[in-house]
Design a protein around this ligand. Structure first.
Ligand code: ADP
Ligand code: MG
Length: 258
């Protein structure tokens, strides 16, 4: 069964239509990128999938179950996870403690209260750190980690919730290009091996075209194209949307002028 089915999502803020009839699916183990210029509605769509924003219209199904009106906590319990920015990890705690806290909180949210002792989650936390290649930094305070390593810890923290679907809104923001590719390689291999669907937004077109199985292009709240990286790269409408001068847009790397 399809992991995520989004149908006809609509959201306006006053006069601004941030999402218009947005329809797409994500399969298990699939990495789907949403791209588009600033203000296109990417975060709005994310937040309607995560539950932080209420849709005006439309439906969100996870594993065939309607979660359109579920709270973010209820969605989390059903398997919708997301990565958060650095501010959300506790810089004064060690790497492993951050992941332990995430495990404790995930267990609490799912009502599994029987293992309150923090120490008990150390093994689980170490396993997650190993998955993201950070086991050796377990006892280092997060404040002492390089930025790219903090991002790996954030990924481990998100995995602690055992997500079926992981939402990553600009996961590589602020990272150096080589680190970006490494983080997304890691994400892709975890997604594939665990069958986790990944929905991500990204400004770096090298990362998008190098990692997404499929790409959705949003423009002014509407999906103007959807397809494989190759199809998207060649799509004339996409090229116009990014390269035309009727929008004040940055030109993303990787899209040569037509
Ligand atoms: P993106 O993530 O693609 O940059 P957003 O989803 O953040 O785009 O924004 C889409 C549009 O909706 C923009 O015009 C933005 O100004 C508007 N918008 C987003 N969130 C709000 C909000 N909470 N209140 C009012 N307008 C908003
Ligand atoms: Mg955004």
């Amino acid at each position: 069964m399809t992991l995520l089915t989004v149908t006809g999502l609509h959201k306006s803020f006053g006069g601004v239509v941030a999402a218009r009839d947005v329809t797409f699916t994500v399969e298990r183990g699939e990495m789907l990128a949403i791209i588009g210029p600033n203000g296109a509605g990417k975060s709005t769509v994310f937040n309607m999938v995560g539950g932080q924003l209420k849709a005006d219209r439309g439906k969100v199904l996870l594993d065939g179950q309607d979660i359109t009106h579920a709270s973010p906590q209820a969605r989390f319990r059903r398997g919708v996870g997301r990565t958060f920015q650095v501010a959300q990890t506790f810089l004064s705690m060690s790497t492993v403690e951050n992941v332990q806290m995430a495990l404790i909180s995930a267990r609490r949210q799912s009502g599994r209260l029987w293992s309150p002792a923090r120490e008990r989650h150390r093994d689980g936390a170490m396993e997650l750190l190993a998955k993201v290649g950070m086991a050796e930094a377990a006892d280092i305070p997060c404040s002492a980690l390089a930025y790219g390593d903090v991002k790996r810890v954030e990924l481990a923290v998100a995995l602690a919730g055992a997500p079926k679907l992981l939402l990553m809104d600009e996961p590589t923001a602020g990272m150096a290009p080589r680190e970006r590719a490494a983080l997304m390689d890691l994400t892709a291999s975890i997604a594939a091996s665990q069958g986790i669907g990944i929905l991500f937004t990204e400004h770096d077109m090298d990362v998008v075209f190098g990692h997404a199985a499929r790409v959705l292009v949003l423009l002014r709240g509407q999906i103007i194209a959807a397809g494989s990286p190759d199809e998207i790269r060649r799509d004339p409408q996409v090229r116009r949307a990014y390269l035309g001068d009727d929008h004040a847009l940055e030109r993303p790397k990787g899209l040569a002028p037509a």
